[in-house]
Design a protein around this ligand. Structure first.
Ligand code: CTP
Length: 407
């Protein structure tokens, strides 16, 4: 097992029923060799006794901003500097709102403001509270401030509701801590990724779309995070949970995907276009539901902008990886797209035979770049994603060192 020795984790606990899971997290962190200090907000203490965490961490639990005794031992600024990672788990809706607004009216909020170290939050709340636009806005803004978002997960909640809002399990949070401290092949790399289908409105109740589950793109996001990349995932509508640690931007239409990508591409190191973007949209989507009034209906479709080709034409531009899903002549079409869109790499697959590709859990890829190729054999999408991310890391590193030699 990977060790966390010499790693200092400051664990913040806010008011929520999930606070009990954090006791197990403390145990796992300590077992892996981490040094753990616990801070609790006043409402957290209504759910679990500080003594629990004191016994597990082997240290006094920090409770109060104005505790003279604690401040004389290690004042709050020192505590904020002491850690390598500040993890707030569970992070309640109220806490996230205050943290986003920069409040400092309890010890944990103060530490979040004062810590120069990475801060991660594990949201935990009722699904309606999580879905509320106010919470969503807070989460989006915290992610933009480089706060790491771990979860939430979907499932049954303490209140009986079912949905997105459960805190990740202690083991999952522990895995995230391990990942956080293990620099991978893409450590420090900003990776932007599109996934899933887009929907082009015909009228308020109908749309044109592509067959795509988003599974390959989401698996790539998870594999890239595992290799240490900071991942922004621009996703069309899919029925998949957000990969832990990704900054998820949910979009619907090709135009929205284009806007979200173009806003972020100039600051990205690697761009992977895995989405099945609708090539065409309806010229004039109807404002009201179209009623069936005749034997036929004609729709005028107009071409959508090619997101990948537009990113590839930027100067400077990220390392660009495209996908080509083909029903025949895979190599010929893939090489054509590599050249036309001036890509660094293209991953091609045969679709339509039912064994791999869209809407299945398996895939196999033929990967091409200017002076090489590589086959990734039939395997689960998670495994294929791991191999493709390794290849991308390798080619990206080569391209970067070539660039550095030229300048
Ligand atoms: N792509 C994109 N924006 C679009 C269309 C496609 O970013 N508007 C990206 C896809 O994410 C994928 C690659 O381009 O990485 C696919 O190339 P494309 O030539 O569009 O594939 P097809 O739509 O399958 O083209 P064709 O019908 O000509 O085979």
């Amino acid at each position: 097992m990977q060790s966390l020795s010499n790693k200092k984790v400051l664990l913040g606990i806010t008011g929520g029923i999930a606070a009990y899971k954090s006791a197990e997290l403390v145990r796992l962190l300590i077992k892996a060799g981490a040094e753990v200090r616990v801070v609790m907000t006043p409402s957290a203490q209504k759910f679990v006794q500080p003594l629990t965490y004191q016994a597990l961490s082997g240290h006094r639990v920090y409770l109060d901003l104005f505790d003279a005794e604690a401040e004389s031992a290690m004042d709050h600024i020192e505590l904020a500097r002491w850690c390598d990672l500040l993890l707030v788990a569970p992070a309640s809706a109220d806490f996230l709102g205050k943290m986003n607004a920069g409040y400092a009216d309890n010890l944990l909020l103060t530490l979040c403001l004062a810590s120069p170290q990475p801060v991660a939050v594990a949201p935990a709340m009722n699904q309606q509270m999580f879905a509320n636009p106010a919470t969503q806005e807070n989460i989006k803004q915290l992610a933009a401030k480089q706060v790491l978002l771990w979860g939430p997960a979907s499932g049954e909640q303490a209140c009986g509701d079912v949905g997105l809002g459960r805190m990740l399990e202690a083991q999952q949070l522990f895995d995230n801590v391990l990942l956080h401290f293990s620099p991978g092949k893409l450590a420090g790399v900003k990776l932007l990724l599109t996934a899933g289908p887009t929907r082009e409105a015909i009228d308020p109740v109908r749309y044109i779309s592509n067959r795509s589950s988003g599974k390959m793109g989401y698996a790539l996001a998870a594999a890239a995070i595992e290799q240490g990349a900071s991942v922004t995932l621009v996703s069309g509508p899919v029925a998949l949970p957000a990969p832990a640690g990704a900054d998820l931007i949910a979009v619907e239409s090709a135009q929205q995907m284009y806007d979200a990508v173009m806003q972020r591409a100039p600051a990205s190191d690697v761009f992977i276009a895995c989405a099945a973007v609708s090539d065409y949209r309806v010229d004039q989507a109807a404002n009201q539901k179209i009623k069936k009034s005749s034997d036929s209906l004609s729709l005028k479709l107009v071409l959508n902008a090619d997101i990948l080709a537009t990113v590839s034409a930027l100067a400077p531009r990220p390392f660009c990886v495209g996908f080509a899903a083909e029903t025949q002549d895979v190599e010929k079409y893939a090489l054509g797209k590599l050249q036309q869109k001036k890509l660094d790499m293209i991953a091609a697959n045969q679709v339509g035979d039912g064994n791999s590709g869209f809407e299945t859990d398996f895939n196999q890829l033929e990967v091409f770049w200017r002076d090489g190729r590589h086959s990734i054999g039939h395997a689960s999408k998670a495994e294929v994603a791991n191999q493709l991310i390794e290849l991308i890391a390798e080619r990206y590193t080569c391209a970067r060192s070539r660039q550095a030699q030229q300048t």
